[in-house]
Design a protein around this ligand. Structure first.
Ligand code: 8X3
Length: 251
């Protein structure tokens, strides 16, 4: 039987690459995000390959999350795979000068958003005693780097939630695992540096960063394992990266 996957943050980056790969593997999709036009465009691209439903909401809005997920038509309400991908960095400031708005945004989206979405989807997985959740964390959830403070805290929270979910959902046979990427060239740095394209671009210069498609392939590998195999936690970096602060650059 065809599986159905629910992907947050599907309008760009890792979420979009995962949607494209899943569609090519005949997985039915619910693609979610804040940018409706991009989701509609992606839906048109995916529809020749699979059934696609668009949900346009902000993960940090708990009512919108619950209403959107409750509004899913019957044929999309059986979710086999949840990819908790939505997440961003806002700013790169030392703790004493950090922006409260940036902190709120990161904690609201990366931590609370992930929880709201999971909480809305889990009851049906529990009812069926099956499901697979992939939480997209970060190397920032494994170590802390200068000025990473709150972003790192939000991703450390994802790491803890990933472990907590696996423990609590063990009794229901629901698989839970995380994929923690290092430097992936997406809109990530554009958002972190608030549209300073040059600064964002410089993060990925002088070495070969990961592409969203690299992470999508790994996510697909994780979800295509046999039912008795749960990949609990993966850290993925470009070859040029050894840690958050050590990247071998040619320039
Ligand atoms: C993205 C990786 O190193 O910019 O989560 O925090 S990093």
């Amino acid at each position: 039987m065809k599986k159905t996957a629910f992907i947050t943050g599907a309008s760009s980056g890792i979420g979009k690459a995962t949607a494209l790969l899943f569609a090519s593997k005949n997985i039915r999709l619910i693609i979610c995000g804040r940018r409706k036009e991009l989701l509609i465009k992606l839906q048109k691209q995916l529809e020749p390959l699979t059934d696609v439903y668009v949900l346009n909401f902000d993960v940090s809005d708990k009512n919108a999350v619950a209403n959107s997920i409750n509004s899913l038509p019957e044929e999309f309400s059986h979710i086999d795979i949840l990819i908790n991908n939505a997440g961003n960095a806002h700013g790169l400031d030392s703790i004493e000068t950090g922006s409260l708005e940036d902190w709120d945004a990161m904690l609201d989206i990366n931590v609370k958003g992930l929880l709201y979405v999971s909480r809305a989807i889990l009851p049906k997985m529990v009812e069926r005693n099956s499901g697979h959740i992939i939480n997209i964390g970060s190397t920032a959830g494994k170590e802390v780097y200068p000025k990473g403070n709150v972003y790192c805290a939000s991703k450390h929270a994802v790491d803890a939630i990933n472990q907590g979910m696996r423990i609590d959902l063990n009794t229901y046979g629901i698989r839970v695992g995380a994929v923690n990427p290092g430097l992936v060239e997406t809109e990530f740095s554009n958002v972190r540096f608030k549209g300073d394209v040059e600064r964002a671009h410089s993060v990925y210069q002088g070495f070969q960063p990961l592409k969203p498609e690299d992470i999508a392939e790994i996510i697909y590998f994780v979800i295509s394992q046999p039912a008795h195999v749960n990949i609990a936690d993966l850290v993925v970096m470009p070859t040029a990266q050894a840690s958050s602060t050590l990247v071998k650059k040619t320039i």
